[in-house]
Design a protein around this ligand. Structure first.
Ligand SMILES: [Zn+2]
Length: 444
């Protein structure tokens, strides 16, 4: 990307020239590059290492045989749009639908991990498997998309620290403790009020605390998106490293239970202990998490949607079939399409709110691309639209430096610190947590 190289060179060569100097006339500036008064939003965006912490594309790889070189076909992310949007790194989400894959979560997890690795193998000149902050920087220098992985939902480890370590060895660098389903050791905001689901007493069981410790020890980022408020606070007390919320927005602006209160935003900023620089909240692009109006419209539609889903289930049952998550999603999608998309400004409002409440060092982007098709704000259709975020932030007075932090710098800082903490913990030589130990402890 020549733009990026140009902007970086300009910055390194003559930072003083960027501000305060009147642009010289074209002809008079023949020997030096044309110096503009201020970096344009395009130049700022192109000079950033843009990191998105959540895309559900792996399911497309597996279920639709989708390839990163294919046209979008209704999705949000492929190689072409990543390049256009100067996306430097993507955390591909390893998400196992809990009812459909009941009894073989680990197999589905491994299949999805393999699919990401296969994509990288198929596109060696355009993608690179990345497992560290240094890898992300290397991919950026080589103009490749850094492919990382995060597991969405602790049920993937099937209550086994051995599986957790296996996933780390295969390249997984964060794990969302729960998806919308609570598991045996952590609770989800998706079902924490459902009394038919068993829940932990304090947000994390004793084994859950071991999971968080083992993640800290391995250097796997602890992700608090989706978890219940109780699990959130318990995790922040337990975690020795700063945490991330890989794809969560602000509850003050949209009261989705999955969004974070101002207190939680500040808690993430302070996570990791007194010597930590704190964690980061990566804003989710899903309209129902961004716009209260959209969410209200969705709530109003709910009885109708529930009826349609029930009809689908009844029909399948009569025909002796199982309804898949995908089929239910399609029905929900048809209803969602009737709700007008909110303007892009709602997304920027959330970034701005988190920056004001938690600090500009504690906010980033976690799109949820390919998980919320057609339900992103107006103008945010694919990774190619990411530069619009930079442009809007600069309109609101955010500096080039702040934009680079939000676009990826903050996540890189947290990732580095998580690795540092991991080194310290590994040097402590604590007795290794055995596979058997958690089950010797009382769970309640
Ligand atoms: Zn999610």
């Amino acid at each position: 990307m020549p733009n990026r190289v140009f902007a970086v060179t300009l910055l390194l060569a003559a930072p003083g020239l960027l501000y305060g100097q009147t642009p010289t006339h074209e002809s008079a500036a023949n020997s030096s590059p044309k110096v503009t008064h201020k970096l344009s939003p395009e130049a700022v965006h192109d000079s950033a290492i843009v990191i998105d912490t959540h895309a559900d594309t792996p399911q497309r790889f597996v279920d639709e045989n989708y390839d990163m070189s294919d046209p979008l076909n209704g999705g949000n992310l492929n190689l072409e749009t990543a390049k256009k949007g100067n996306l430097g790194a993507e955390f591909f989400s390893i998400w196992v639908e809990p009812s459909l894959f009941k009894g073989h979560y680990a197999k589905r997890t491994l299949v999805l991990i393999d699919a990401v690795r296969e994509q990288v193998a198929r596109h060696p000149t355009q993608m690179m498997l990345a497992t560290s902050p240094e890898d992300i920087e290397k991919a950026h220098r080589e103009h490749k998309l850094a492919a990382l992985m995060g597991i969405e939902g602790g049920h993937s480890i099937e209550d086994s620290l051995a599986l957790l370590r296996d996933y780390y060895a295969l390249g997984v660098r964060y794990m969302t403790l729960t998806w919308s389903n609570s598991n045996g050791w952590a609770d989800s905001s998706g079902d924490d009020t459902d009394t038919s689901v068993p829940h932990t007493k304090d947000g994390l069981s004793e084994f859950g605390k071991d999971v968080v410790y083992e993640m800290n020890r391995l250097g796997m980022m602890v992700d608090v998106s989706h978890v219940s408020d109780k699990t959130f606070y318990r995790t922040l007390i337990i975690s020795r490293a700063p945490v991330i919320a890989s794809h969560s927005s602000a509850r003050a602006l949209d009261d989705a239970p999955r969004n974070m209160t101002d207190d939680m935003l500040r808690a993430v900023a302070r996570s990791g202990g007194p010597n930590s620089k704190g964690g980061v909240v990566q804003v989710n692009f899903y309209s129902a998490f961004l716009s209260q109006a959209y969410r209200n419209a969705q709530k109003a539609q709910k009885p109708e949607v529930d009826k349609a889903v029930q009809e689908l289930k009844d029909k399948a049952k009569a025909e002796g079939r199982e309804v898949t998550y995908d089929q239910i999603s399609k029905v929900e999608q048809q209803f969602a399409d009737r709700i007008p998309r909110p303007p892009l400004s709602v997304l920027i409002d959330h970034i701005d709110h988190i920056a004001k409440v938690a600090g500009v060092d504690h906010v980033g982007i976690g799109s949820d691309f390919d998980g919320v098709e057609g339900q992103t704000p107006e103008g945010m259709d694919s990774a190619a639209d990411l530069p619009k975020i930079t442009a809007e932030l600069m309109k609101r007075g955010y500096s080039a430096e702040d934009c680079r932090k939000i676009l990826g710098g903050n996540l890189l800082r947290v990732f580095r610190e998580v690795e540092q903490v991991s080194k310290h913990l590994q040097a402590e030589q604590r007795p290794r947590i055995t596979e058997k130990q958690p089950f010797d402890k009382p769970q309640k």
